[in-house]
Design a protein around this ligand. Structure first.
Ligand code: GLN
Length: 484
């Protein structure tokens, strides 16, 4: 059962091949038996899952089942889950039981989906390797000596190891797509404003966006159908019709115009990754697409712009963790200042502290114009490059990550090299565009992901383009060695 897609499991439940209780117990047993190898779960919600599965079976018996009724999933531990620990991968929230559900969580609950547990992640979603988690690193199922990517590393590893058929993630600079790419699965970051951020613990509010990670584009479409939509609790959520994302998967790609940014295919690109991407381009040509070289002249500035804007927003968002209202509090504070200082020194890990310091500096008077304002201007130029490009192409294609999964510990002492792991993904967050990573072949036994960037609110087309590729290739069906 663990090799079935969400689409098939949904069908199997509808056909009465198994009950949701059976399916749920099957995945819970698998997680308990195998996850010690990967460390992808922070919390397993067994009781909740079984209770939800019974309710889902009853929902089906009464004729009210929906596409996700009875299908198990897991949430990145950044989404608030009512009555369930919500740690955000941090000691700061190790004792935090959320008092409400995030809108994304609510949407899955309303469909009758089953929550198997909460997934490991980089602390407060800051990282590209899942090594900044308070709960220890996640191991890549393709090679447990390597990172799964980050920050949604637990989500990607759990899906790749077939511990759960689909998982939620969040993407501020690449955190859905980069781990999806490194774990050989499919992941989608929707347009900013497509999915509600309410109840999703904020890192950088103008960049954060939730999305699905699953084995196929079709499964991502199933998940996005549940996740997307207007939410009046999130002021940046857009009131715009939600199409049926599974409805356009089979559209023909005849005449599709694919843009290849010359900046993404420079001489520095790893030759084997480049060859995998070129092979994917050829598949698209066979499917009727035309290829055009384009330019995104400011894309080289996206990493520096991001590493001013994201830390600035994080320094503001994380000021709420002060030991007063919720979360960690230091022992026997001597004064209010001592309470703040020691709570934050003891509760946050080194990468989070680094970001808070950078952000506070960039926003401080006298430096604001030089750093934050300048970075916002670059952001506009980066966005304008995409707007120009979409005048002449329908989708932009390139690599997701400059390397395949790297060894644990390789980049932990060099933040800049870690930051560069997102060099191809960050510009889309700055522009607010939707983008997808899907597997396009292994290099030396490790997955490679291609990156598809769409125009605003063009998720249905991205899913269609990804799905068509998955109809004619088998990379998404590859299973890591040793996954029984
Ligand atoms: N790796 C990037 C960072 O550390 C992106 C993280 C994310 O998308 N949440 O900021």
């Amino acid at each position: 059962m663990h090799n079935e897609t969400i689409a098939n499991l949904s069908q199997g439940l509808a056909n009465g091949e198994y009950s949701s209780v059976e399916l749920t117990q099957y995945f819970l047993d698998r997680i308990k038996r195998l996850d010690a190898r990967y460390n992808s779960f922070i919390t397993i919600t067994e009781e909740t899952a079984i209770a939800q599965a019974k309710a889902a079976d009853a929902m089906r018996a009464s004729g009210n089942a929906r596409s996700f009724t009875g299908v198990p999933i897991a949430h990145k531990d950044i989404f608030c889950t009512n009555g369930i620990k919500t740690s955000c991968g941090s000691k700061m929230l190790d004792n935090f039981i959320a008092p409400y559900d995030a809108t994304v969580v609510d949407n899955f609950n309303n469909h009758g989906a089953i929550l198997l547990g909460k997934l490991n992640m980089d602390e407060f979603a800051m990282g590209s390797s899942n090594e900044t988690s308070f709960y220890g690193p996640v191991k890549n199922p393709w090679d447990t000596g390597c990172v799964p990517g980050g920050s949604s590393g637990g989500s990607a590893a759990a899906v790749a190891a077939r511990l759960v058929p689909g998982a939620t993630g969040t993407d501020t600079g690449g955190s859905i797509r980069q781990p999806a790419s490194m774990c050989g699965i499919s992941g989608l970051k929707p347009t900013y404003g497509r999915v509600s951020r309410w109840g999703m613990i904020a890192f950088a509010s103008s960049l954060d966006q939730a999305g699905p990670l699953a084995r196929t584009a079709e499964d991502c479409a199933y998940m996005l159908n549940v996740m997307a939509g207007f939410d009046d609790k999130d002021s940046t959520s857009l009131d715009k019709d939600v199409p049926d994302y599974t409805g356009q998967l089979n559209n023909s790609l005849e005449g599709l115009r694919i843009g290849l940014p010359k900046e993404f295919f420079s001489a520095d690109l790893d030759t084997e990754i480049a060859a995998s991407i070129q092979a994917a381009i050829s598949e698209y040509q066979k499917l009727g697409a035309t290829i055009k070289e384009i330019s995104l002249p400011h894309s080289g500035l996206s990493v520096p712009a991001y590493y001013v804007i994201a830390p600035a927003e994080c320094s503001s968002n994380l000021s709420r963790f002060d030991g007063v209202r919720f979360g960690y509090r230091c022992q026997s504070p001597e004064s209010l200042e001592d309470l703040y200082k020691r709570t934050r020194s003891e509760g946050f890990g080194p990468e989070v502290k680094r970001r808070i310091l950078i952000g506070t500096y960039a926003l401080s008077s006298g430096y604001y114009d030089a750093y934050y304002l300048k970075a916002q201007k670059l952001r506009r130029l980066i966005r304008d490059d995409f707007v120009n490009a979409f005048d002449s192409v329908d989708v932009i294609l390139g690599p997701t990550s400059p390397s395949t999964a790297f060894p644990l510990g390789e980049k932990t002492s060099d933040p800049i090299s870690m930051y560069l792991a997102d060099i191809f993904t960050i510009s889309t967050n700055l522009a607010g565009l939707p983008a997808m990573a899907i597997p396009c072949g292994p290099v030396n036994g490790k997955p490679v992901g291609m990156h598809l960037i769409g125009n605003y609110f063009d998720e249905a087309r991205l899913l269609n383009i990804a799905h068509q590729y998955q109809q004619v290739t088998g990379w998404h069906q590859q299973t890591p060695d040793g996954i029984e």
